[in-house]
Design a protein around this ligand. Structure first.
Ligand code: NAD
Ligand code: NA
Length: 396
């Protein structure tokens, strides 16, 4: 089967297994090239199939020889339809992990549900006994609360007033003005219910109550802050309220973990092209300008470079974990550098459909977006037949 990208709006409907496999292999090679990390040995990654979660799984396995259990929500391939990219990523990850003699099993389903939590707890109990690191890296537009049965949908809206600014359709390169009407209270509550910390706390409660957390266990979730340019729609918008809640939850989880000497962290990560961030208005324009500047300065990173630095220099640096005044780990430090932000802000003013291809890294954005789906990956022969049946070894 020859597989080509098929776009609909902000999503790509197809994914390429060979390209996804190559992406995973490249990330593994990167981690190996940076040397061993004195990290956790039994790791649960919730949201393990793409983006920061996949990078966390790869860094744990190939940086610290960790056994990993990955939880994610992906579509397996069916007759005439490719799998979702995270399926192929996970198939490739398990293949490589098993080749290296590492324990790796995966669970595909809704991490917000009681059933998937149950399945995961049982697997830990049977195979690992306990875990010592739990990565929480879900990005989802919807969550059904298992206790109330209510389905919440998140929205990306400003709070208080209409927000108007530039945005780019990265497929066409068209820069236009977008206006987003403010959220109401219900929008805010729903977004916090989906992307806030409630489910993270539920996972840790469940693990702790069944004695599945090792002494000194650490858990970490990912957040974002970003610049003034995107503040109204991001950090001071509905999603920002959810991130405030997630960050506050780190403190309540840490309290809960005192009895086992454990700790919860939030790491603030850099803006990157992922399926989640591509859907947020204004962010793709910001990212395409940011990439241009960070590449020029030689400080550009992808998910794997970010997480490698998080583990090596922050979490497992052999001494105290450096945090900001709000207790957060900051690996968005290079993005937020004053000189970088000043340059992005200046370019923002000049950005139009005509100027963006030269002042911004629109090509880099598009390339990264296609890479998410396994396309345009160097070294992959897209004219060759791609494998139609790709299994994840641990999923029957
Ligand atoms: P992503 O879309 O690449 O990954 C999301 C993961 O969650 C996937 O593994 C997916 O399968 C899984 N998932 C989604 N819904 C699920 C469900 N119901 N059950 C089980 N698994 C489910 O996203 P990402 O960009 O890596 O985001 C991960 C975290 O990092 C988020 O909290 C996000 O806000 C944060 N973050 C992202 C950026 C960025 O620019 N992309 C920057 C900073 C922080
Ligand atoms: Na992720």
């Amino acid at each position: 089967m020859i597989i080509e990208p098929r776009m609909r709006g902000f999503i790509c409907l197809t994914a390429h297994p060979t390209g996804a496999e190559q992406n995973v292999k490249n990330q593994i090679e990167y981690i190996k090239s940076k040397g061993a990390i004195a990290g956790a040995k039994k790791v649960l990654v919730i949201g393990a199939s793409t983006g920061f979660g996949l990078a966390s799984r790869i860094t744990s396995a190939f940086g610290s020889d960790a056994a990993t259990i990955g939880v994610f929500f992906e579509k397996p391939p069916v007759e005439g339809k490719t799998a979702s990219p995270g399926w192929y990523n996970s198939a490739a990850f398990e293949k490589e992990a098993h080749k290296a003699g590492l324990y790796a099993k995966s669970i595909n389903g809704d991490a917000f549900s009681n059933e998937i939590k149950r399945e995961t707890l049982d697997l830990i109990k049977a195979d690992l006994g306990q875990v010592d690191l739990i990565i929480y890296s879900l990005a989802s537009p919807v969550r059904t609360n298992p206790n109330t049965g209510v389905t919440h949908r998140s929205v990306l809206k400003p709070i208080g007033q209409t927000f108007t600014n530039k945005t780019v359709d990265f497929h066409t390169g068209n820069v236009s003005e977008v206006s987003i009407a403010p959220a109401n209270e219900e929008d805010i509550e729903n977004t916090v219910a989906v992307m806030g910390g409630e489910d993270w706390a539920m996972w840790i409660d469940a693990l702790k109550s069944e004695n599945l957390l090792a002494e000194g266990a650490t858990t970490i979730a990912y957040s974002y802050i970003g610049p003034e340019l995107t503040e109204a729609v991001y950090r001071k918008g509905t999603i920002g309220r959810a991130k405030d809640h997630l960050e506050a939850t780190a403190f309540t989880i840490t309290d809960n973990l005192k009895s086992i000497g454990g700790k919860a962290y939030v790491s603030v990560n850099k803006a990157l092209v992922t399926q989640a961030s591509s859907a947020i208005p204004v962010i793709p324009l910001y990212i395409s300008l940011l990439y241009k500047i960070m590449k020029e300065e030689g400080i550009h990173e992808g998910c794997i470079e970010q997480i490698q630095r998080l583990f090596q220099d922050r979490l497992y640096n052999g001494s105290e974990v450096p945090v900001d005044e709000k207790g957060r780990i900051r690996i968005d430090d290079w993005e937020m550098r004053e000189d970088v932000q000043a340059k992005v802000a200046a370019l923002w003013k000049e950005a139009t459909t005509e100027t963006l291809p030269s002042i911004g890294d629109l090509a880099g954005y598009r390339n990264d977006f296609l890479n998410l789906f396994g396309f345009e990956v160097p070294g992959v022969d897209y004219k060759a037949d791609a494998n139609e049946v790709v299994n994840i070894e641990s999923i029957k």
